[in-house]
Design a binder for this molecule. Structure first.
Ligand SMILES: NC(=O)C1=CN([C@@H]2O[C@H](COP(=O)(O)OP(=O)(O)OC[C@H]3O[C@@H](n4cnc5c(N)ncnc54)[C@H](OP(=O)(O)O)[C@@H]3O)[C@@H](O)[C@H]2O)C=CC1
Ligand SMILES: N[C@@H](C=O)C(=O)O
Length: 151
């Protein structure tokens, strides 16, 4: 929760989710533009489209992913470089662990026990679909959520 002021967590989330994204893009974009060919897939979240209680800073970092991706897509399209965001909902990994230090937030952002959550391979398949389209087809965004938990 914002009121818990876990400043160390804020730093880590901003470093990994925002600066990590920029560092990753920075490492490959120049070469793609030079070759006039490439595809960057950024892993966002449904938390990049809507704020969720208990994970404010995480949501903020995912809105950052969405903003950067949407802007750069328009910048690099003329170089034949595609940029996709995948927006997963709950995946059977340790997503809610990010709020574990904060029991109130952890309870609020954990999936309901009876929800059939996504498996990592469901997201891998989305990435594969996006990158296997012909060059004139751009899958710019994919929101992939458990059927039982739509936005
Ligand atoms: N799990 C979920 O329900 C959802 C996840 N997402 C997004 O999917 C992505 C992956 O999430 P998930 O697999 O759950 O996350 P995990 O925390 O399980 O994995 C995160 C990955 O990031 C790496 N990492 C963390 N910090 C650093 C760092 N400082 N430098 C380099 N690598 C680092 C970790 O490496 P290492 O193993 O070496 O620590 C790990 O491979 C994230 O962007 C997340 O926001 C989106 C929606 C839902
Ligand atoms: N979408 C969130 C979990 O469902 C996340 O990004 O972890």
């Amino acid at each position: 929760m914002m009121t818990s002021l876990h400043e160390d967590d804020w730093d880590k989330m901003v470093d990994v989710n925002c600066k990590g994204l920029l560092n990753g893009i920075g490492a490959v974009l120049g070469g793609m533009v030079e070759r006039k060919k490439g595809h960057i897939v950024n892993i966002s979240s449904d938390s990049g489209l809507k704020g969720f209680i208990g994970v404010s800073v995480y949501c903020g970092t995912k809105f950052f992913v969405e903003g950067v991706t949407e802007s750069m897509r328009q910048e690099v399209a003329k170089h034949n470089v595609k940029v996709t965001t995948i927006q997963p909902g709950f995946v059977a990994l340790d997503g809610p662990e990010r709020a574990q230090k904060d029991p109130e937030a952890f309870a609020l952002c954990s999936p309901p026990a009876d929800l059939e959550v996504l498996q990592p391979e469901n997201i891998a398949q989305a990435v594969l679909y996006a990158v296997s389209q012909p060059s004139f087809v751009a899958v710019n965004q994919m929101l992939v959520q458990p059927t039982g938990q739509p936005l």
